[in-house]
Ligand binder design. Structure first.
Ligand code: FAD
Ligand code: SIN
Length: 561
């Protein structure tokens, strides 16, 4: 029987003692374990998870677990568009070359080949399912973003490309009676025995459900929330990476975190993205003194790779002692801007910034994780029965820096591939049922009464630490400081908690440690990883860093290309 308890939390912050009474009785108590058996389990309902779902839906029942409403994801907020070599002036080979160049020598070329070659088919399929990309007359309209040598970015409703993708994919997934969505359900751990995945433990309300599946696809997105300044939605807490790590999966390239140069910086405004497509259409960066500066840093000026633009902005902010620079569209046609960027125009107005008339205050923020759970070209991990796709995965397709607008395409291409590979796996492997007794042990081992007393303060301090010490410009000293501080919070990783915010904090701490560890190890600068104490690339560093769990902390291996 559930037991009821009431906990008094004494929370000391800013020398004020706050007495917080938390009546845990209202929340929960001893969790209850339920068991469900499905053919295919998908964790996440962004572009990658939904595309995988569609691939599997004809072959058995598919359950899609997602921690918020189904559309809530990074996909939903994607603005600029989706890159694909479909225009008359473009070629798959040029898209391939641009992707390798942006990846700064660390892309896995076979993965890039798959991305650019299968991309056009995935987009045409999406259009056949009802996706409405913007057109110029009767032809698809392609725009340009940083480091693309051709106009190849498709966009929808101006700046709502991700929303259109979610709409179409959700509609398509809903058309299969075999697909069941499980919203507001948080995957908390993979069920793994002897290197084989049997599904996941999922928290739904007060219940823990053992969702047993023949095969599981992890498509839980990125981890931007690990940093205090990010474009990512609240769901991006790196759960998938942390769960996979706990289950002994390999993680790769975790130090490669992409920073987006232009994120709204206004008092009381959210960290709202100002799409790179704005610079693609002619927007200019100016420092606080209203001087243009990008030409001093790169021949491609405003359209230089993101890492270069972000560092240029930081150096201007330092030089002029300011907290932001400006994005300037005032020289552009107002009507065009309203049509081309309707969502950005309307959102900025809400925060008293008129992008047609005002200089827009911007500064960089964390945007995308190039690293993640190491997979092959079919999304297979080192754990049998566990596949991954999308931002949580690391196929090596982005190398050390992602080419703009390649990630939605990655979600489609590798989501579909992971779906197909998972299907093959399911044909060859019968579901092995685990007994309820065996599954219940997960809860028996745990004392779920414990709370992280300094939860709010730790979360805040950790995110700030990651931004300030493991951010755009890193060095041995800043990384050592971050490692020491993160180690002090390690006790939290041993706590058995069963509320969503606490589980997410544990996951964020795990991911923070992995990013910091890899950034500390890589004594060179490449792509988005910049070390001021090792500003050169260095040939011997042209390799990947793979991390895995060990009794005594993180095990690291270097892998060639
Ligand atoms: P997501 O779309 O993030 O979906 C992850 C899903 O997993 C969500 O449904 C989430 O709720 C669920 N989830 C997470 N953890 C759990 C858990 N523990 N249990 C259950 N469910 C869980 N890329 C481009 O190519 N072009 C763009 O124009 C572009 N613009 C962007 C703009 C913004 C503001 C942001 C944040 C990103 C942008 N990106 C863009 C990047 C791109 O949107 C993402 O990389 C991509 O959408 C990731 O897709 P995904 O399916 O891997 O993950
Ligand atoms: C943007 O619109 O600037 C984001 C594009 C991306 O992240 O690929």
């Amino acid at each position: 029987m559930p037991t009821v308890n009431c906990i008094i939390l004494v929370n000391i912050c800013n020398n004020n003692i706050k007495l917080c009474l938390i009546y845990k009785a209202l929340l929960f108590i001893l969790p209850i374990m339920k068991k469900e058996i499905v053919d295919f389990l998908i964790i996440g309902s962004g572009v990658a998870g939904l595309r995988a779902t569609i691939e599997l839906a004809d072959y058995g029942n598919v359950v899609v677990v997602t921690k918020e409403r189904p559309a809530e994801s990074s996909t939903e907020y994607a603005q600029g568009g989706i890159a694909v070599a479909l225009s008359d002036e473009d070629e798959v080979g040029i898209h391939f070359e641009d992707t390798l160049k942006a990846g700064d020598g660390l892309c896995r070329e076979d993965a890039v080949k798959v991305l650019v070659e299968e991309g056009p088919e995935r987009i045409l399929e999406l259009i056949s399912w009802g996706a409405e990309f913007d057109k110029e007359g009767t032809k698809l309209d392609f725009t340009i973003e940083a480091a693309h040598s051709r106009k190849r970015i498709l966009h929808a409703h101006g700046d709502s490309t991700g929303k259109e993708l979610e709409r179409v994919l959700l509609k398509k997934a809903r058309s299969f009676p075999s697909v069941r969505k499980y919203p507001f359900a948080l995957a908390i751990d993979m069920i793994v025995r002897n290197g084989k995945c049997f599904g996941a433990y999922v928290l739904s309300g007060r219940e823990v459900i053992s969702l047993l599946a023949k095969v599981t696809i992890l498509a839980s997105g990125g981890a931007g929330q690990v940093f205090s300044r990010t474009t990512n939605p609240a769901v991006a807490t790196g759960d998938g990476m942390a769960m996979a790590y706990r289950a002994d999966a390999l993680l790769e390239d975790m130090e490669f975190v992409q920073f987006h140069p232009t994120v709204l910086f206004a008092p009381s405004a959210p960290q709202f993205l100002l799409s790179e497509a704005m610079r693609g259409e002619g927007a200019i960066l100016r420092n606080i003194n209203k001087e243009q500066f990008m030409e001093d840093y790169h021949p491609d000026a405003e359209l230089a790779p993101r890492d270069i633009v972000s560092r240029a902005i930081i150096s201007q902010m330092v030089r002029t002692k300011s907290k932001h620079v400006y994005l300037d569209l005032t020289h552009m046609d107002g009507k065009f801007i309203k049509n081309r960027f309707p969502r950005i125009y309307a959102t900025c107005l809400q925060y008293d910034v008129n992008i047609i008339k005002d200089l827009i205050p911007v500064s960089p923020a964390v945007h995308y994780m190039m690293g993640g759970v190491k997979t092959d070209l079919d999304g297979a991990t080192n754990i049998r029965g566990l596949y991954t796709a999308g931002e949580v995965a690391c196929t090596g397709v982005h190398g050390a820096n992602r080419l703009a607008s390649n990630s939605l395409l990655e979600g489609l291409v590798f989501g579909a591939r992971a779906g197909r590979a998972a299907l093959d796996y399911s044909f060859k492997n019968e579901l092995t049922e685990l007994s309820s007794r065996e599954l219940n042990r997960y809860l028996m081992h745990n004392d779920y009464q414990s709370l992280i007393l300094d939860f709010g303060e730790t979360r805040h301090s950790m995110r700030k630490l990651m931004w300030e010490r493991v951010g755009i410009i890193r060095c041995g000293e800043s990384l050592s400081e971050a490692r020491t501080k993160l180690e002090q919070w390690s006790y939290i990783l041993n706590k058995n908690v069963l509320t969503r915010p606490e589980i997410e904090l544990k996951n964020m701490l795990t991911v923070a440690k992995l990013i910091t560890e890899a950034a500390y190890l890589r004594k060179s600068s490449v792509g988005a990883h910049y070390r001021s104490d090792y500003p050169k690339k260095g040939k011997r560093w042209m390799k990947h860093i793979t991390l895995s769990k060990q009794e005594e902390g993180v095990r690291c291996e270097f892998a060639g290309k």
